[in-house]
Design a protein around this ligand. Structure first.
Ligand SMILES: [Zn+2]
Ligand SMILES: [Zn+2]
Length: 117
């Protein structure tokens, strides 16, 4: 009696077609260069599904330097030679500052995120 029941259970666990539909892949994000995993649906031409929309933090503009002269009054030369670096999107001065925008990670095969936002 026990043996018959066990055999029946094994079959019911192995065959579950719905959970086999998605394929999990690993890629490196084109934007933040971090490794991430994502699922694709082979029945929809490997379309990416179920992505965390805030997994990727980034700055949409560049980290650039400018001399202090820009903020000084004409004729004021104090520290005018010093270069200040900052993110031009949000003004954060640390290069390591967390991104001021978030989106999902993107693969190198994809275009940039603008069309999804
Ligand atoms: Zn920013
Ligand atoms: Zn990313």
């Amino acid at each position: 009696m026990m043996a018959t029941k066990t055999t029946g259970d094994v079959h019911s666990v192995v065959f579950s077609p719905k959970s086999c539909k998605l394929i999990t892949k690993t890629s490196v994000c084109k934007r933040c260069k971090q490794e991430f995993t994502y699922n694709v649906d082979p029945t929809k031409g490997n379309k990416i599904v179920e992505r965390d929309p805030h997994a990727c933090r980034y700055h949409p503009e560049s980290y650039a330097g400018e001399t202090a002269q820009r903020w000084l009054d004409p004729g004021d030369i104090k520290d005018s030679h010093k270069v200040h670096y900052f993110w031009s999107c949000c003004g954060a001065s640390e290069y390591e500052a967390p991104g001021c925008k978030s989106s999902w990670h993107i693969t190198f095969e994809e275009e940039d995120t603008k069309k999804w936002m």
